[in-house]
Every structure is written in structure tokens, then in C-alpha cells.
Design a protein around this ligand. Structure first.
Ligand SMILES: Cc1cc2nc3c(=O)[nH]c(=O)nc-3n(C[C@H](O)[C@H](O)[C@H](O)COP(=O)(O)OP(=O)(O)OC[C@H]3O[C@@H](n4cnc5c(N)ncnc54)[C@H](O)[C@@H]3O)c2cc1C
Length: 371
């Protein structure tokens, strides 16, 4: 099946359910089920394990299209892809069926990195794992886990207390001691089920992803490039939906006494133009970054650091302008522009947050170490 057909089969479901998902703050079960059967959960995984073998450009297309339909579905999808790519980088020997399951859609994954203790500084888990016979005992309070209670496997970071290094484990949801530990109510991405979770589990050592102490490198070299690019694509999808809705609304909304549409007002037209140009610039940067991941170059790291911050902030500007040009019609939730506006607010606070990325980028171009 062509990628386009796989995507269409999910988009129609996601579009139809997005408003209800947002209103009810309900996990988009139908969209995720459509994603599972579409094969798209294996989009970027190698064909050898049942994936589609696609790359960063295709990821941007799929994620941004999903975000235009349903932001929550797009973020759930991105968390799965980020978890799957981490597993693919160093499949845990004790879970030989994990990667094929993530590729086929049987297994939905997510990342459990952020912690109550180290907040958005995901690279510095304060949860502890300690040696315990043939495995480790892992005790962690994770502050936000997208698809909490819905994912089949959680890619979970921890500080190896014996060696003071970061490890990442794949923890199947059925493991004793895995629990959703609080409520989730978000301003946007309300269907995400990004609840806090606790892990108080015994994990065999061969469920570790990568070598002992390899977690930090995996985070920087695998998770961050895919997550940052995909998160930027979510911002692009939400921005594009906001631009489209604004153009549509201001073109048809009439000022009858003046016999003109809202878009005939120079102020409105100029704002629409700025939104559209902002979107175009962001799309170009995201596309360029996808190219840098597909074919690494000297400035790939800078693109990885810059793309999420730039796209997140563009989405804040664009969706804010959309609320402005659509006026009360947007405020009263007729146009779903409010949903794009609220959903877009997640990107910049998701780790690595936009402000952290600006700081890292500044360090990188001035020759200072990031950590
Ligand atoms: C919708 C949603 C879904 C999420 N899903 C997941 C998930 O699936 N898995 C997961 O692990 N996490 C997830 N998170 C958590 C996310 O990645 C962040 O960890 C979380 O949003 C941080 O919130 P906080 O209040 O702890 O931020 P804080 O760390 O308290 O940050 C507060 C402010 O300080 C700024 N700041 C912090 N450090 C610096 C610095 N060094 N320089 C400059 N500014 C700084 C931040 O940018 C932010 O503006 C999710 C978050 C959201 C909103």
C-alpha cells in the first residue's frame, strides 16, 4: 500500500474524532487503532523487522498531516516513533519480539523520561535503579507519560545508582509495579493521556536498551534528533491548520454593511500574509533539518537543536494570530482555531523545551560545551 493511502485511512478517522477527543479529553482510541492497522507505527523502522523503512522526510509529512487533523493523535504517534527508534538503535536482547511488534502496530510505545525531580531536564533522571541479582530494581516517579495506561511498552530512563550513569530500559506495560499515578488535564493535546506514572519494578538486565551507561548517548544521538524533528512537524501541522482555517473564515465572513469580507480589510490581510510566510519559512527549515538527518552534515546538530525551538515558537505566533484574525468566531470555539491554539502551546514546554534549546544552540555556536 502507498504511504499516501495508509495516511488517508488514519486522517479520516482522526479528523472525525478530533473535536470530541478535545472536548472530552479522551484518548483517541479510534485514531490509534487506525494507526495500528495502517502500518504507520513502523514508518521509520527497517523493513527487515517489518517496518516501512522510510526516513525523516516521510516522518515530517506523516506527523504534520496528523497534527492538522488531531494534535493529540500526532503527539501519541510521535512518542511511539521516538520510543521505537530508541529500541531500534540497540534492541534489548531479552525482548526479541519488541521491535517487530513496534513495527507491525501490535505494540504501542511511549517515552517515560520526565521526572518529578528533574522536571524537563530529561537527561538527568533522579530515579534510581539498583542491581538486584540478574536484573535491577527500578523506582521512578515519571511526571508525564503520553499514552499512559494505553501504551504496551514504556521506554524508561533511570539513573543507575551503582555507577552514576543513565540507563534506558524497555518496560512492558504488564510488568508488576507499573502504574498510572495521577490525572491528566491539559490546556491542549487533551487526548494525550500524558499522566504521571510510577515504576516500582524488577527488570532483567537484558531489557536494557544499549550498553550499561549508554542512556545519555542514546538520548542525545537517537531520541533528540527524531523527537525534535517530529515535534517540529507537529508544530507545522497545527500552524498550517490555523492558517487554512483563518484564510477560509476571513474569506467567507462578511461585513454586509460594507459589502466586503473580513479578508478585504488590509490589517487582516497583512496578518494572514505574515502567518503564511512564517509557516513557509518554518516548513523550509523543518525540511532542511529532515535532509540533515537523512544525510548527516557538519551542522546537523545545530539543526536538531534549532528546529524544534523555531517551529514551536512559530506555532505560538501563528495560532495566536489566527485567534486574532478570526475574532469572536475563534474564541467561541466555532472554528476549532482555539484547539490549534491550545494544542500548539504544548510544543515549547515539552522537553527539550524551546528555551533550553535556545540555550544549547547559543552554547554550540559560541564553542561552549552543552553540558
Ligand atoms: C502534552 C505533553 C506531553 C508530554 N509527554 C511526555 C512524555 O510522553 N514523556 C516524557 O518523558 N515527558 C513528557 N512531557 C513532559 C515534558 O517533556 C516536560 O518535561 C514538561 O513539560 C516540563 O514541565 P515542567 O513544569 O517540569 O518544566 P520545568 O522544567 O519546570 O520548566 C519551566 C520553565 O523553565 C524553563 N527552563 C528549564 N530549564 C531551563 C534552562 N536550562 N534554560 C532555560 N530555561 C529553562 C523551561 O523552558 C520552562 O519554560 C509532556 C509534556 C506535555 C506538555
Amino acid at each position: 500500500m502507498e504511504l499516501h493511502d495508509r495516511l488517508e485511512s488514519v486522517l479520516s478517522v482522526a479528523q472525525e474524532s478530533a473535536k470530541q477527543v478535545d472536548t472530552d479529553a479522551a484518548f483517541p482510541a479510534d485514531s490509534v487503532s487506525a494507526l495500528r492497522s495502517s502500518g504507520l507505527l513502523g514508518l521509520t523502522l527497517p523493513e527487515a523487522v517489518g517496518g516501512l523503512g522510510a526516513g525523516p522526510h516521510e516522518l515530517v509529512d506523516v506527523v504534520s498531516s496528523l497534527a492538522g487533523a488531531c494534535g493529540s493523535t500526532a503527539m501519541i504517534y510521535l512518542m511511539h516513533v521516538s520510543a521505537a527508534m530508541t529500541v531500534a538503535a540497540a534492541p534489548p536482547p531479552g525482548l526479541p519480539q519488541l521491535l517487530p511488534g513496534l513495527a507491525s502496530g501490535e505494540t504501542l510505545g511511549s517515552l517515560a523520561f520526565s521526572e518529578a525531580g528533574s522536571r524537563s531536564h530529561f537527561w538527568a533522571p533522579v530515579s534510581k535503579s539498583t542491581s538486584n541479582g540478574a536484573g535491577v530494581h527500578l523506582a521512578a516517579r515519571k511526571s508525564w507519560v503520553t499514552s499512559a495506561g494505553h501504551a504496551d511498552v514504556y521506554v524508561t530512563s533511570t539513573l543507575n545508582a551503582d555507577a552514576d550513569v543513565v540507563d534506558i530500559f524497555a518496560i512492558p506495560s504488564a510488568t508488576r509495579g507499573v502504574a498510572v499515578s495521577g490525572e491528566w488535564r491539559g490546556l491542549g493535546l487533551r487526548g494525550n493521556a500524558s499522566n504521571p506514572m510510577t515504576f516500582d519494578v524488577e527488570v532483567p538486565t537484558d531489557h536494557r536498551i544499549g550498553a550499561a551507561g549508554g542512556g545519555f548517548d542514546l538520548m542525545l544521538q537517537t531520541v533528540m534528533p527524531w523527537f525534535n524533528l517530529g515535534n517540529a512537524a507537529v508544530s507545522v501541522g497545527l500552524s498550517a491548520a490555523a492558517v487554512d482555517a483563518s484564510v477560509r473564515h476571513t474569506s467567507v465572513a462578511r461585513l454586509e454593511h460594507l459589502e466586503q469580507s473580513l479578508s478585504a480589510l488590509p490589517t487582516i490581510r497583512a496578518k494572514l500574509a505574515k502567518m503564511s510566510i512564517d509557516l513557509g519559512c518554518t516548513r523550509a527549515y523543518v525540511g532542511q533539518t529532515a535532509g540533515r538527518l537523512a544525510q548527516p552534515a557538519e551542522d546537523t546538530v545545530l539543526h536538531v537543536l534549532g528546529v524544534k525551538a523555531a517551529a514551536n515558537d512559530a506555532a505560538l505566533r501563528i495560532t495566536d494570530s489566527a485567534m486574532r484574525v478570526c475574532g469572536g468566531a475563534a474564541f467561541s470555539e466555532h472554528l476549532q482555531v482555539d484547539r490549534y491554539f491550545r494544542d500548539a502551546r504544548a510544543g515549547s514546554v515539552m522537553a527539550p523545551s524551546a528555551d533550553v534549546l535556545y540555550d544549547f544552540y547559543g552554547k554550540a555556536i559560541t564553542g561552549q560545551p552543552l553540558f
